[in-house]
Design a protein around this ligand. Structure first.
Ligand SMILES: [Ca+2]
Length: 546
């Protein structure tokens, strides 16, 4: 390569494996589809099951527990769960600095405990030259909390007519590219674009929602089958893997109540992704206009599987607005915001705050089981699209080599020919956990090192075709991923020695990386007065259940 490539790393939030057009879904994503057609799609790429841990791992090439982000950004101190990106890790932006890169972030941060005062864990103190976005993990798309430029709160900018966070993320990403070319024409750049779509609340524009009117009318059962058929037809999934059953807590489509409202929820969810794709189109155009598209490695992925966690009815507005800071009590024009999944209120506008529910999340993760928060395939499987005309010869290929988030740092260092640092600011840094996927851009890899996950007691180890996985507090399950990617036949009882061996490797990893047992995490949560995490409560409202 004559010159170092630019890198544009695009992450989105709470999206299922099969929502995108180029991964079998109904959502119209022509710009991501274009990247897929000109690059490589990975069929077995994995994230870390929830927002903050995934972002911590993606940004550092480590496991989340090593970075201070064991669960989320609550302080559950001290042993690696401080809720702040610590000093034993470097971000991609920091690691690329010695190689001459400038770094930009447009979008969500969510790896800092302090949401209102700049700290050493905020983006500008973690290697980024420019930052536009939010520190918090979720919020209104019309009026987000913690909107920040550099280290300054700019929430007032969201009061401008027509403001919409997804568009603002896209526009700032475009502006960073254009200004970089004017002001630093000789330097390569790293841009991290972290969308919050399609995380709840279900906020979208009428014109985008209208595109999906009728598209989901056949219901989740039929659509789950259609998605699997398209995934098989496009060579992403093997035809021998059956569809998992519908989530047993959810009704078959004909029995679901409030269908008009239900359909609207899925239409808004699709519109959220659609709007993101439109913005990605503008980013790609900016790269083309500046003559940079060929030598830019564009990477797209999601931070966790689709989300079955609703916003519970009994969470007070005070908790949402003041303690969690993920909502505002009134719209910008002073109307009250109607919180919760009331089927009498259609989601989309600024005065609503809703989620699409478990049955649609089940569709989003087709054909897999479970959701965000679990380490089964529905929780951690993500599309991964890589596009780099100057560096990838093949077009429109699907690669089945497995990979996971720590590999992204390793890959970016590899393509930019940059060494991972042993120290940063005079202190030692944890050794890199990921392995470069650059060789997999050209061909399937014969093998890869083991992969490990842990999130709130849910855990897994993947060695070759074997996956040992636990849904806390249930026993460990064993799956042969070549025969059974949808995890339908637990064969742990038939392979006791393999289970013991994999468990031993898992426990050695967990001890090395500072994983705290779930029981202890619960104690810490209670001692920090965080209360029962609302995303785990079973009492949320699902008004469509028969
Ligand atoms: Ca997320």
């Amino acid at each position: 390569m004559a010159t170092q490539p630019n890198i544009v790393l695009i992450l989105n939030d709470d999206m299922g494996y099969s929502d995108l057009g180029c991964y079998g879904g109904e959502v119209q994503t022509p710009n991501l589809d274009r990247l897929a057609a000109g690059g490589v799609r990975f069929s077995q790429f994995y994230n870390t099951a929830r927002c903050s841990p995934s972002r911590a791992s993606l940004l550092t090439g480590l496991h989340p527990h090593q970075t201070g982000i064991g669960v989320l950004t609550y302080n559950m101190g001290p042993e690696g769960y401080a809720g702040n990106l610590n000093r034993k890790c470097v971000t991609i932006a920091e690691a690329l600095k010695p190689a001459g890169y400038r770094s930009y972030l447009s979008g969500k941060w969510h790896v800092a405990g302090n949401l209102t005062q700049p700290t050493d864990s905020w983006p500008m103190q973690r290697g980024f030259d420019e930052f536009y976005g939010t520190i918090i993990g979720a919020g209104s798309f019309y009026d987000p909390n913690t909107l920040t430029r550099g280290n300054e709160n700019i929430e007032h900018e969201a009061k401008a007519p027509g403001f919409f966070y997804t568009d603002a993320i896209s526009d700032n990403a475009v502006e960073f590219i254009r200004r970089h070319r004017r002001e630093h024409p000789d330097k390569p750049f790293f841009e991290y674009v972290a969308y919050t779509a399609p995380h709840w609340p279900l906020h979208a524009h009428d014109e985008d929602i209208a595109k999906y009117k009728g598209r989901f009318d056949s219901g989740w059962d039929r659509l789950r089958e259609e998605r699997l058929q398209r995934l098989v037809a496009s060579g992403i999934l093997d035809k021998s893997w059956p569809l998992s059953d519908r989530d047993p807590t959810q009704p078959e489509w004909p029995l679901a109540k409030h269908k008009e409202w239900l359909l609207r929820c899925m239409e808004v969810y699709a519109a959220q992704i659609d709007r993101m794709d439109q913005g990605i189109g503008r980013i790609l155009r900016a790269l083309e206009d500046e003559g940079e598209l060929d030598n830019t490695l564009v990477i797209f992925l999601a931070d966790n599987g689709a989300c079955a966690e609703d916003i519970p009815d009994d969470l007070t507005v005070d908790e949402l607005v003041n303690r969690l800071m993920i909502a505002k009590e009134h719209t910008r024009s002073g109307e009250p915001v109607h919180f919760g999944n009331d089927p009498g209120v259609m989601p989309g506008p600024e005065n609503t705050y809703q989620s699409y529910g478990r049955a649609w999340a089940n569709l989003s993760n087709s054909p897999f089981r479970l959701y965000k928060h679990w380490i089964h395939e529905g929780g951690i499987s993500t599309p991964l699209i890589v596009h780099w005309p100057a560096g990838i010869r093949e077009k429109n290929v699907v690669r089945h080599t497995p990979g996971y988030l720590p590999d992204i740092m390793a890959t970016i260092l590899d393509v930019s020919k940059t060494a991972y640092p042993q120290t940063w600011n005079g202190a030692p840094v944890e050794p890199l956990e990921g392995h470069s996927l650059l060789p997999a851009f050209a061909a399937e890899l014969p093998s890869r090192p083991p992969m490990f996950w842990e999130h709130e007691g849910n855990a897994a180890v993947r060695i070759g075709k074997w996956k040992l996985v636990r849904k806390y507090p249930d026993p460990w399950e064993l799956y042969d991923m070549e025969l059974d990617r949808t995890e339908l036949n637990d064969i742990a009882a038939r392979h006791p020695e393999r289970v013991q061996d994999m468990l031993g490797q898992y426990e050695a990893w967990a001890a090395r990386c500072g994983v705290i047992p779930r029981e202890r995490v619960d104690e810490l949560l209670r001692s920090q007065n965080v209360g029962t995490a609302f995303w785990e409560r079973e009492d949320f409202r699902a008004p469509y259940l028969p």
